[in-house]
Design a protein around this ligand. Structure first.
Ligand code: ZN
Length: 143
């Protein structure tokens, strides 16, 4: 185990500083799993599918009851429909929240129009989906 020398806040969550290289990541305290698994959900899910080729990759949102948040996320389901989430430990609720598959329908963050993901003219800006450039500009106050 690494020695925690200082703490920092990531997205409002207090996490210990990354331990030195060579530390056994699997045995680190729960809270630092945030750093190990954050942003790796797709990568880790694909690795799981490589080991279990009959399982399916799912993209959607994870509702974390501890953070009370709606997180963009990737996970895997097996033939029985059971969720296998190799990066669940990035969330303090550790996979005990709700998994909501994304159905490909977006709602414009500016005007509320509903459209298919990837529709011509639609814009992805950070966490926002927008139906048009016009709405993207309006969102940031430029139109
Ligand atoms: Zn719009």
């Amino acid at each position: 185990m690494g020695i925690i020398v200082k703490k920092e806040v990531v997205d409002g969550v207090l996490v210990p500083e990354c331990p030195a290289d060579g530390d056994d990541m699997e045995n680190r305290p729960g809270v630092s799993d945030y750093q190990k698994f954050r942003g790796k959900c797709k990568e880790l899910s694909l690795a799981l599918i490589k080991e279990n080729p009959t399982w399916t990759l799912v993209r959607g949102h994870y509702v974390c009851p501890v953070w009370n948040s709606f997180e963009e996320h990737w996970w895997v389901v097996d033939e029985q429909g059971t969720v296998h989430d190799p990066s669940a430990r990035q969330f303090p609720s550790n996979g005990n929240g709700t998994y909501i598959p994304f159905d490909g329908v977006c709602t414009c963050a500016e005007c509320g129009e509903v459209f298919e993901e990837g529709s011509p003219g639609s814009v992805l800006a950070g966490n926002y989906t927008l139906c048009s450039n016009q709405c993207a500009l309006r969102l940031v106050g430029l139109a």
